[in-house]
Design a protein around this ligand. Structure first.
Ligand code: AQP
Length: 346
C-alpha cells in the first residue's frame, strides 16, 4: 500500500520467533511468549515462528529437532497463543525467509556482524570452528522480520542488538536501492524479568542449551522439579534488602526477585517491599509455589497437545500457508527492486 507521496505505508504487524533448540525455558516464557500473547490480544496481526533454520546454526540431532519443534508449538498454544488469531508455523516451511536472508547477507557488512555479542558468546574461544550460519544468523533474523514488513518485534532484552542490526539492514537496503520499502522495526522490550538469568550463575542468561539442567526451569518440568531447582538455586548468605538498590552486586538475589516479579506481574520494588529482610529459606518456597501455580497448567496442556502430533503438524502447515501468502509478494517486490528477472510466481 502507498500513500499520496508514493511512500509505502506499513500497517502494524508483529513478528517474533523462538528456536526449537531444546525445551522452552522460563526465560523464553517471561521474556518472549507472555508478551506474544499480550500482542495477540491487542488486535494487531501477529505472526509467530518456530525458527528451525536458526536452530541448526549449532548441531541438532534430527529426531530431537523434530520433537522440539512440535513441543515448541505445543508450548506456544498452551501459553495462550491461538492458531486462529495468530499465524503459527515453522520457518523452514516458508522458503521466503532463507531467500531474503541471502539478499541480506549481501547487504549487511562483515564489521556489523563482527560486533554481535551473541556470536562471541556462543562461538566462545573456538571461533574458527563455528558454523558460517552462526555468524550470519542475525541476517536471517532480519529477513524473518522484514519478509513480513513487521513493524513490532516482541523479544527479550538479549535480542536488542540483533534488532538494531535489522534496522541497519533495512536502512541500508532502502538507501542503496533508493526506495522506501522495508520498515524500521521497533523492539517491544518492557516489564520485569525481560532477562531471566541462570539459576546457577546470576551473570549468565538462562538458556535452553546450557549444559546444566539445574540452571533453568523448563516448561516441561513437573512441580517437584521446579521446586527442587528453586530450592537449589545459587544465592548469597544475606537476607533480601529493604530497597531495590540493596540488590546491587547481588546478581542471584536480583534474578530471583525479578523472576518473582515477572511471574506475579508486579514490579521488583513491590516484591522487595513485601519480602524485605526475609531469608532465602523463606523466600524460595514462596517463589516455588508461585512458579508452580503459573507453569503447571501450561505443562499439563502441553502434554495433552503432544499426544496428537498430527494435529500440531496440521496447525503448522496451515500457518505456513498463511505466512507464505504474506511473505511471497514482499519477496517478489524485493527481487524486482534488486533487478532479478522473474518470469514465474514464487
Ligand atoms: N533468559 C532469557 N530471558 C529473557 N528472554 C529470553 N529469551 C531467551 N532466553 C531468555 C527470549 O526468547 C526468545 C527466543 O529466543 P531463542 O530461543 O530463539 O534464542 P535464544 O535467545 O538464544 O534463547 P536460548 O534459550 O538461549 O536458546 P539457545 O540456548 O538455543 O541459544 C527471544 O525473544 C529471547 O529474547
Amino acid at each position: 500500500m502507498t500513500d499520496q507521496t508514493n511512500a509505502v505505508v506499513h500497517t502494524p504487524r508483529v513478528f517474533s520467533g523462538i528456536q526449537p533448540s531444546g525445551h522452552l525455558t522460563l526465560g523464553n516464557y517471561l521474556g518472549a511468549i507472555r508478551r506474544f500473547v499480550e500482542m495477540q490480544e491487542s488486535g494487531i496481526e501477529t505472526i509467530y515462528c518456530m525458527v528451525d533454520l536458526h536452530a541448526i546454526t549449532v548441531w541438532q540431532d534430527p529426531d530431537a529437532l523434530c520433537h522440539a519443534t512440535r513441543e515448541l508449538a505445543a508450548g506456544f498454544i498452551a501459553s495462550g497463543l491461538d492458531p486462529k488469531k495468530s499465524i503459527l508455523f515453522n520457518q523452514s516451511q516458508v522458503s521466503a525467509h532463507a531467500q531474503l536472508g541471502w539478499v541480506f547477507n549481501c547487504v549487511a557488512r562483515m564489521g556489523w556482524l563482527n560486533r554481535m555479542t551473541q556470536f562471541k558468546d556462543k562461538a566462545g574461544k573456538n571461533r574458527e570452528a563455528a558454523s558460517v550460519g552462526l555468524f550470519a544468523y542475525p541476517n536471517l533474523m532480519a529477513a524473518d522480520i522484514l519478509v513480513y514488513h513487521a513493524t513490532h518485534v516482541p523479544v527479550g532484552e538479549d535480542q536488542k542488538q540483533h534488532l538494531e542490526l535489522t534496522r541497519d539492514i533495512a536502512e541500508k537496503f532502502n538507501h542503496d536501492y533508493k526506495v522506501d520499502w522495508f520498515p524500521i522495526t521497533e523492539p517491544v522490550i518492557e516489564g520485569a524479568a525481560t532477562r531471566v538469568m541462570s539459576l546457577r550463575d546470576g551473570t549468565k542468561k538462562m538458556s535452553k542449551s546450557d549444559p546444566s539442567d539445574m540452571s533453568r526451569i523448563n516448561l516441561t518440568d513437573d512441580a517437584d522439579t521446579i521446586a527442587k531447582k528453586i530450592r537449589k538455586a545459587k544465592t548469597d548468605p544475606e537476607p533480601l534488602p529493604d530497597s531495590i538498590d540493596g540488590l546491587e552486586g547481588r546478581p542471584e538475589a536480583r534474578n530471583l526477585v525479578n523472576i518473582y516479579a515477572g511471574l506475579s506481574g508486579r514490579k521488583p520494588e513491590d516484591v522487595i517491599d513485601e519480602f524485605a529482610g526475609a531469608q532465602f529459606g523463606q523466600f524460595k518456597p514462596k517463589l516455588a509455589d508461585l512458579a508452580v501455580s503459573v507453569l503447571s497448567p501450561i505443562n499439563a496442556e502441553m502434554n495433552r497437545l503432544m499426544a496428537d502430533v498430527a494435529e500440531i503438524d496440521r496447525i503448522l502447515g496451515d500457518g505456513a500457508d498463511r505466512a507464505a501468502a504474506i511473505a511471497n509478494p514482499i519477496l517478489e517486490r524485493t527481487f524486482d527492486i534488486i533487478g532479478m528477472v522473474r518470469s514465474r510466481q514464487l
